[in-house]
Design a protein around this ligand. Structure first.
Ligand code: SF4
Length: 969
């Protein structure tokens, strides 16, 4: 017998092992039977067992078979990953199951000077195929069987659920009217048919939709006050032209995972990266300079830098003369702008004046352009203006500001921020001297009570340095870009011929018209004005104010005066005044029916538990459409299963940071009985229409007391049955055929490629503010229409406006950007609780997914400095009680030296049911309304969709943390 070679042995052993493995994998009895019949090997080369003739070459093929598929479809994640999203993925399908996904690295490079966007994606998206099929996935419609929130359900058919819901909806429409029904769309909107399904439903039934953008704290009030708009952001690759990048108010390593590589690449190119944050966070690690700043003191830091720039004459006078209100004259007697109406009878309230050093006269500031022409406005000095009532003393805003900012010396501010004076000076000089400095701010400061001032101060710093609207520079507002005709589709009335309606409104969005003039205003102003007028009709409701008035949140959100020493009146007086003057719009009637379609109100809202106590009992019916049991679903009367993100066709919304429209496609059939959002809305309206006919109740009165057909709502919704639940792809094709800014993409081409780069910003209300031309081979730099083309900013003064002479601003001492200490919200407790979006989930979508939970501690945690832990007798991993005047919750503490003493962090979006007693950190957040955000009736200070309304806050809420006996793990 010749000896076996090592190779032979391995070969034989491999075959045996393979046979066992195959048996373990469920090959049945056949391999064992085969093995019994097999003769022992008697030769030097053992005979392979019979099953080895199968189509594999060795053990590796077991794994290879796992990587075979029937088809590959394009997909993305229909979730609010906002600054990160959306990304193009290949979704691999086998036997009707989406079993894995892979990033598609085919994004084009904008030009040879900048890096490309590849690959785009994050670890959450990389495991969505597992999330989609995990135990938490809803498969069937459910009807509540026990008490609300008890978790007892009975299965119900779609037909029965829709009929019962439709009947109740009809009853409400015909008794209380449409105001008795409200929709909460949360953040799961889309640029295609699924988002449109909700907006058209609201339009057809005249039922209001909650605008939750301010309530979640993404409304950028300081940006709106200063620039007249919320939306503007440059593309991520524009950073490659920056030599100074400030991470000021964000942690992009957590929250912009697909984009973060640009920061690193810019750094390799030579840019200096600066992190300005209270904590030494995951992004700070990758920077050249960390500027520690106490929570909520960024306005003081900004004002100190402004003081340095002005004291050292580093500010860009040419830029601020042209682009800002600094040269405009203010009356010393009234502290208000000098207006034409002051000078002559019948004069305008929005014509302003400068002192022209050339003519030495008070001269009218140009309104239709930022170009100064021959004017040479003074920035300092005191002058006389001849008004209707005689001569008055006036001075430029800049002179007022120079005095105002003088007290914000680095030495004084250092006591507020904890940042050393030298560091403040150094940073101010760096920003002023940089060739191109940019600030990557995210939606963080809006979540502070005085966040409006923090944003104003940030924009002030960048403006004084002239770092706005030039390549590689700028300040990030709310990033968004939409299909050119998106708003038109939303607004198209069913009474119009559907195609004509879409075309008529869609072609208005043509890029050539973008800079057209409407009654002397720019297109940007025209759109904002139209949006403000539309908002008054009540299609969308300011969520925070609505829940304050009718949801019972006012017990805590109305306690502003208790904590804010600057308020001289009770909050309710400001609220009543704002409503009485028409500045804010909120109905007095509480709803009796609510549909939760894409959001999670009873997790999301600060003070959600108060809503469960006081708002939920007012609802006769709460319906949730979701793919998982959220806390809102848990408290609902009906829960309807939504299709997963690889189970429906749609176009995701996008931002100019990554200016690509991405698709998600129906790679597989919806699991169980789940349905897409578009199908749900179509079927609900179809059932309402059918039931209205059967019940002989053909009409209802809308909120304007006009009669509408109830027995035709589905026909109207579906554009005369042209686009229904059965032809989603055809509808998407139509949307794209009428679109203006996606390079002529059709649904077929988009579905095949997965994404397309936007060609211009479109004319959507949430998109127009980018105010820039887009070129295929250039990075996007926001706001160049203003800085290069001299198009006025959409503010009252048509300039970047730092002086606001609104009565609330004057009363509260905020006519200029100011620092105010973060109030002791929640009571007099030593710790400030802050937060931020987590690295391991997008909102709650992955919060309880094992893959993500095993990357952290697998349960809610609070990050605490070791000194604070020790002072309280706590150790890492202990369960602790956090409490304040509002309530308490229990949470495990996690020690980290990256968090400063006095600050604790709870990262975002744990579900209440992940805490003991269903009490999450959101339950002790009173989110008091700041009256400054109620100001209105002032051209650009008026509510419209997504902003201009009061928002909620959570950052810096005061708490104490204490041990719970015997909690140590
Ligand atoms: Fe991209 Fe968002 Fe999906 Fe992550 S979750 S891969 S950021 S689309």
């Amino acid at each position: 017998m010749s000896p076996l070679s090592r190779r032979d042995l391995l070969k034989g052993a491999g075959s045996t092992a393979l046979s066992l493995l195959l048996c373990n994998l469920g090959c049945g009895g056949e391999p064992q039977e085969t093995a019994r019949k097999q003769e022992p090997a008697t030769t030097s080369v053992p005979e392979p067992p019979r099953y080895a003739v199968a189509d594999y070459r060795g053990w590796e093929d077991i794994y290879r078979t796992q990587w075979t598929w029937d088809r590959v479809a394009k997909g993305t994640h229909y979730v609010n990953c906002w600054y990160q999203g959306h990304c193009n993925w290949n979704v691999y399908v086998k036997d009707g199951v989406a079993f894995r996904e892979e990033q598609v690295a085919t994004y084009p490079r904008t030009n040879a000077e900048v890096p490309d966007f590849n690959p785009r994606g994050c670890q959450k998206g990389a495991c969505y195929s597992q999330r989609m099929y995990d135990a938490g996935r809803l498969r069937y419609p459910l009807k509540r069987a026990g008490k609300r929130g008890e978790g007892k359900w009975t299965r119900i058919s779609w037909d029965d659920a829709l009929r019962e819901i439709a009947d109740r909806t009809i009853d409400e429409l015909r008794s209380s009217g449409p105001a008795g029904i409200v929709w909460d769309f949360g953040t799961a909107n889309s640029n295609g048919c699924n988002g449109l399904g909700l907006h058209r439903t609201g339009l057809v039934l005249d039922t209001p939709i909650l605008d939750m953008n301010a309530e979640i704290g993404d409304h950028h009030p300081g940006a709106v006050v200063t620039t007249g708009k919320m939306t503007f952001a440059s593309s991520a690759d524009d950073m490659f032209y920056s030599d100074l990048i400030l991470l000021w108010g964000g942690n992009p390593i957590y929250t912009q995972i697909p984009m973060a590589h640009f920061i690193t690449e810019a750094r390799y190119r030579g840019a200096t990266i600066v992190s300005i944050a209270p904590d030494f966070n995951a992004s700070s690690i990758h920077t050249d300079l960390w500027v520690p700043v106490a929570p909520g003191t960024d306005a003081a830091l900004g004002l100190a830098m402004a003081q340095v720039m002005i004291a050292e004459n580093l500010h860009d006078e040419r830029f601020i003369r042209e682009q800002t209100d600094f040269p405009l004259l203010v009356r010393k007697d009234t502290r208000k702008f000098l207006r034409e109406s002051d000078l002559k009878v019948g004069g305008a309230d929005d014509v302003f004046y400068v002192f022209d050093r050339a003519s030495k006269e008070v001269s009218q500031a140009p309104k239709s352009t930022l170009s100064l022409g021959s004017l040479d406005p003074a920035l300092d000095g005191e002058y006389k203006a001849e008004t209707k009532a005689g001569k008055v003393a006036v001075e430029p805003v800049f002179a007022v500001f120079r005095r105002h900012v003088a007290s914000y010396t680095p030495e004084a501010v250092s006591k507020i921020t904890g940042t050393t004076p030298d560091l403040i000076r150094d940073l101010a000089r760096r920003i002023a001297r940089a060739k191109a400095a940019t600030s990557l701010t995210q939606s963080n400061f809006s979540k502070y009570y005085h966040g409006l001032e923090m944003e104003r101060a940030q924009i002030l710093v960048m403006t004084l340095a002239g770092q706005v609207g030039k390549k590689g520079s700028g300040f990030t507002g709310f990033p968004f870009i939409s299909l050119g005709n998106f708003d038109a589709l939303n607004a198209t009335s069913g009474s119009l011929s559907p195609k004509m309606g879409m075309i008529a409104l869609g072609t208005q969005m043509a890029p050539a018209m973008l800079k057209a003039k409407y009654n002397g205003d720019t297109t940007e102003m025209f759109i904002y004005n139209a949006a403000r007028e539309a908002y008054k009709k009540g299609g969308y409701l300011a969520s925070a104010l609505y829940l304050h008035r009718v949801g019972g949140l006012d017990v805590n959100s109305g306690r502003s005066r208790e904590w804010d020493p600057h308020i001289k009146r009770d909050l309710e007086q400001y609220v009543e005044e704002a409503i009485a003057k028409g500045w804010q719009i909120v109905p007095a009637m509480a709803p009796r029916i609510m549909f939760e379609v894409g959001g999670n109100m009873f997790r999301r809202v600060r003070g959600y538990d108060q809503l469960i106590k006081t708002f939920l009992p007012k609802l006769d019916m709460l319906v949730t459409v979701d793919w998982r049991i959220s806390n809102t679903a848990l408290h609902s009367d009906y829960v309807l299963p939504a299709a997963g993100w690889y189970e429906k066709d749609d176009i995701a919304w996008a931002t100019t940071i990554a200016p690509f429209a991405s698709v998600t496609t129906r790679a597989v059939e919806p699991l169980g009985e789940s349905k897409s959002d578009w199908e749900f809305h179509a079927l609900l309206l179809k059932t309402i229409q059918a039931r209205a006919k059967e019940r002989r109740q053909p009409t209802f009165q809308d909120r304007a007391k006009k009669e509408r057909r109830l027995d035709a709502v589905y026909d109207e919704f579906s554009f005369g049955r042209r686009y229904t639940e059965e032809n989603t792809e055809e509808f998407l094709g139509e949307i794209l055929s009428l679109n203006t800014n996606l390079n002529g993409a059709t649904w077929d081409t988009l579905k095949e490629k997965g994404f397309e780069r936007y060609t211009d910003i479109g004319m959507g209300i949430a998109s127009i503010g980018n105010a820039t031309d887009m070129k295929p081979d250039e990075t996007i730099t926001a706001n160049t229409w203003h800085t290069k083309d001299k198009m006025p900013w959409p503010t009252l003064t048509r300039r970047l406006q730092f002086y606001i002479d609104h009565e609330f601003y004057l009363e509260l001492g905020e006519e200029l950007p100011v620092h105010k200490d973060n109030p002791s919200i929640g009571g007099n407790y030593p710790l400030q609780m802050t937060g931020g979006h987590t690295r391991w989930s997008i909102h709650t979508s992955w919060r309880d997914h094992p893959n993500m939970m095993r990357l952290e501690r697998g349960e809610p945690t609070m990050v605490v400095n070791p000194a604070d832990l020790a002072a309280r007798g706590l150790q890492d991993g202990d369960l602790a009680r956090a409490r304040n005047d509002i309530g308490s919750f229990e949470i495990r503490v996690k020690v980290s030296t990256s968090v400063r003493p006095g600050q604790v962090i709870v990262y975002h979006a744990w579900e209440p049911y992940q805490f003991k007693g269903n009490r999450s950190y959101q339950g002790i957040l009173p989110a008091p309304l700041n009256p400054i955000q109620l100001a209105g009736g002032y051209f650009h200070l008026q509510p419209y969709m997504l902003t201009g309304e009061p928002g909620h806050n959570d950052r810096g809420t005061r708490i104490e943390v204490e041990p719970i006996a015997a909690s140590r793990t």
